[in-house]
Design a binder for this molecule. Structure first.
Ligand code: NAP
Ligand code: F7E
Length: 340
């Protein structure tokens, strides 16, 4: 009998890579999709005929119970969330409903309708926030710095609590930033690769960014969904940090991206008035903009993924340079063939 999986957030970046991975392993893959006036299946359209899509919303308890009853899953991956940190300051209540209470609703659906199923919660390095130690491990205390981070701490402990209260096989993956050509355009990596490709093709003049000094441990989403799957194949439920163990500034990501397009940058000015100049022709192509700074910043994230490596045998395959190359090439090709 093929294994059965249910994925919330299947239309998102990670959901699409995870669905591909599970299909490749012979799973029957079910995905929860919420209603919208326009279909939003671009990341899964290439595999849609092999998926079973079920209507449901993190806000609606009964829809989640129905989805679990219909899917009869061996494994449930809760990837759905309001996942953009910046938006969480504008919509803190909605972020709490989706990203915090939504986890309890999915856990309740599993407890009531499929208590033997294995459960994965998409926790986040944003929970470390103002970091108490570097690098961050499974034992590093949390100090979230955004409504999103606060909501993820709730979801993390809800997962731990359902494991301890009801004996659910519930795992929390504390994943550091992971990116891909399927990353949403508002996240900084994709904003940079898309923006730089537009400048190279003459479709835009400049790219406006916020804090260039923030440091992130960036990896490739296709690698990280393998860690999620491995957590649910392990012999007991546990929590794992997943990252590359390397960190870089936003500035480095910008420089690498422009370099991949043959543009060398020189920086002038400071902080809110800084510009990146194309050294070949003196044109300003990057400009800092107050609108993209955050009320409270997470300055530095760096994982220690030792436990994931030793217990799960997981290691990432794509490094930051490979990731930049993959993303900028995909954006350049997409835009140069007229797809906007
Ligand atoms: P994403 O691309 O933003 O995808 C989010 C998914 O959640 C989408 O499928 C979205 O559906 C769905 N969703 C949002 N609100 C929903 C609701 N009320 N009901 C049902 N579905 C809803 O996020 P991602 O990058 O793939 O991340 C996956 C998960 O990992 C998220 O929980 C995120 O917070 C977490 N995480 C991400 C990272 C990272 O670096 N990518 C790191 C750590 C943790 P629509 O398509 O309908 O909007
Ligand atoms: O910002 C800085 C910004 O929005 C990264 C989500 O997947 O990873 C992601 O959260 C950094 C921040 O991701 C711009 O201030 C500068 O320091 O790409 P981001 P994030 O906030 O780290 C975690 C692990 C998650 O769990 C989340 O779901 O880049 N930055 N200038 C900018 N960021 C954006 N978005 N836009 C800028 O113009």
């Amino acid at each position: 009998m093929p294994k059965r999986a249910l994925i919330t957030g299947i239309t998102g970046q990670d959901g699409s890579y995870l669905a591909e991975l599970l299909l490749g392993q012979g799973y029957q893959v079910h995905g929860v999709v919420r209603r919208s006036s326009t279909l939003n299946f671009s990341r899964i359209e290439h595999i849609q005929d092999r998926l079973t899509l079920l209507p449901g919303d993190l806000l609606d308890q009964n829809s989640l119970i129905d989805a679990v009853q219909q899917a009869r899953p061996d494994e449930v991956y809760n990837l759905a969330a309001q996942s953009f940190v910046q938006t969480s300051w504008n919509q803190p209540v909605l972020t709490g409903e989706f990203t915090a209470l939504g986890v309890t609703r999915v856990l309740e659906a599993v407890r009531l309708a499929a208590p033997e199923a294995r459960f994965y919660q998409a926790s986040s390095s944003e929970m470390f926030g103002q970091v108490r130690e570097t690098p961050q491990t499974e034992l590093t205390p949390f100090h979230p710095r955004s409504p999103y981070g606060v909501a993820k701490v709730y979801g993390h402990y809800a997962t731990v609590n359902y494991r301890e209260s009801y004996g659910l096989f519930a795992c929390s993956g504390i994943l550091f930033n992971h990116e891909s050509p399927r990353r949403g355009l508002e996240f900084v990596t994709r904003k940079i690769t898309d923006g730089a490709a537009r400048i190279k093709l003459g479709l835009a003049d400049e790219l406006r960014l916020g804090n260039l000094e923030a440091q992130r441990d960036w990896g490739f989403a296709g690698d990280y969904v393998k860690a999620m799957w491995r957590m649910l194949q392990h012999d007991r439920p546990d929590d794992f940090v997943v990252g590359t163990g390397r960190t870089h500034t936003v500035r480095y990501f910008v420089e690498q991206t422009f370099a991949a397009l043959g543009i060398t940058l020189a920086w002038e000015g400071r902080e809110l008035d800084e510009v990146g100049v194309d050294t070949a022709n003196g044109r300003v192509v990057v400009r800092t903009d107050e609108r993209f700074y955050r009320p409270a910043e997470v300055n530095l994230l760096l994982s220690d993924p030792t436990k994931a490596r030793e217990v799960l045998g997981w290691t990432p395959e794509v490094d930051i340079e490979g990731l930049v190359e993959m993303m900028v090439r995909a954006d350049y090709e997409r835009l140069s063939t007229g797809r906007r």
